[in-house]
Ligand binder design. Structure first.
Ligand code: KDG
Ligand code: MG
Length: 402
């Protein structure tokens, strides 16, 4: 079998997605998600201009060799754009392999390690009553794990709370959204938020929260310690992780479990965090971290240290990533949880899929490959629509981590 075409499809069915389609001389094709929120066209160009021409004529079954070729052969290694492009190629090649073998991807990886995949949903409110209502809806829908984010009293805007009604979507059209941040107000309010959740709903659901890189290590340590009575499933991205050693300080002070890594793109971003057992969950996902071929290396390293997976699954990762990730989750022995926020209706129509959700758990389905397709005619009806991720500033105007 030989690769005869590789096309990049950019579409905006409710939000922007970049998809790579690799076609073989036998008519089989595979697709991969190449969406990097707010930087979509950089990956589209990397693929179109620098990767697709090198794929033509290759055997799509040589997945490992193609991965190594794109990683080592570029000379310029790693980085979100490169690794997202490699991730999309890898995902598409595993899809082709599954279709050629007539097997769902999870069976190629070694078969199911569990019956279904626990996912966490997002309960987000502008204020405490609204956040608790959203939490109640998730409990009602059967979610076993729920992330809570809430507007902070007397703070203009906050991570996780959309300006628009409906699902969380941080990217905005037109001007970049400049949000304001006060660590003091946040640290004062958040323990009260968790207390209110546990008071109303008890301890039957796993409670998660995303700090979105906003705290310094010592502030994060203080928060982790303060919220121990509420027994979080995880506290996510408490501080930026470029300096992996910073997490030692958090670890020295608290037993609140830590999740990190949705912005990671390679094993090198998390090597120290894992080897020193500074985190409990690793959030890297297939699209941004080099596909199945690379993420399973991360998961295998993590398994040696009892670190579990918690793949990033925000809706800016396309339904293609979701499908592939669910196969990965069903197989990976050291699975923790999968994020799932749902998708706009139009996106679900553009990407017909075998995966399904039922009462807090998901299954990738039994279709060969990863089980997600793209309706190209429909995709063409939703042209690319530029959108920007926000930035955050402290109340005195200093640019902060969003
Ligand atoms: O594009 C940015 C989003 O993917 C990110 O804000 C979502 O932090 C996020 C999460 O935990 O899902
Ligand atoms: Mg996050």
């Amino acid at each position: 079998m030989k690769i005869v075409r590789a096309d990049v499809i950019v579409t905006c069915p409710g939000r922007n997605f970049v998809t790579l389609k690799i076609v073989t001389d036998e008519g089989l094709y595979g697709i991969g998600d190449a969406t990097l929120n707010g930087r979509e066209l950089a990956v589209a160009s990397y693929l179109k201009d620098h990767v697709c021409p090198t794929l033509i004529g290759r055997d799509p079954g040589r997945i490992e060799d193609i991965w190594q070729y794109l990683y080592k052969g570029a000379y310029w290694r790693r980085g979100p754009v490169t690794m997202t492009a490699i991730g999309a190629v890898d995902m598409a090649l595993w899809d082709i392999l599954g279709k050629a073998a007539n097997l769902p991807l999870y069976r190629l990886l070694g078969g199911a390690s569990r019956d279904s995949v626990m996912v966490y949903g997002h309960a987000t409110g502008r204020d405490l009553p609204e956040a608790l209502e959203r939490y109640a809806e998730h409990v009602e829908a059967g979610y076993k794990a729920i992330r809570i984010q809430c507007g902070i009293p007397n703070m203009g805007s906050v991570y996780g709370v959309s300006k628009r009604a409906g699902a969380y979507e941080p990217a905005t059209k037109g001007a970049v959204d400049e949000q304001s941040w006060s660590t003091e107000k946040y640290l004062d309010f958040v323990p009260k938020l968790f207390e209110a959740v546990r008071e109303r709903f008890g301890f039957d659901t796993h409670l998660l929260h995303d700090v979105h890189h906003r705290l310094t290590p010592i502030e994060a340590a203080r928060l982790g310690k303060a919220v121990e009575p509420y027994r979080l499933f995880w506290l996510e991205d408490p501080t930026p992780a470029e300096n992996q050693a910073a997490f030692r300080l958090i670890r020295e002070h608290t037993v609140t479990p830590i999740a990190v890594g949705e912005v990671f793109n390679s094993i090198w971003d998390c090597k120290q965090l894992i080897e020193e057992q500074l985190v409990d969950y690793i959030r890297a996902t297939l699209t941004h971290a080099g596909g199945i071929t690379h993420l399973r290396r991360v998961a295998d390293l993590a398994s040696l240290y009892q670190v579990r997976t918690g793949c990033h699954g925000a809706s800016d990762l396309s339904p293609v990533c979701m499908g592939a990730a669910l196969h990965f989750d069903l197989w990976v022995p050291n699975f923790g949880v999968q994020e799932y926020m749902g998708y706009p209706e139009a996106a679900l129509d553009v990407f017909p899929h075998a995966w399904r959700f039922e009462r807090g758990v998901m299954h990738p389905g039994e279709a060969p490959g990863h089980g997600v397709d793209i309706d190209e005619a429909l995709a063409a009806r939703y042209p690319y629509d530029p959108a920007w991720l926000p930035v955050a500033r402290l109340e005195d105007g200093t640019l902060w981590n969003w």
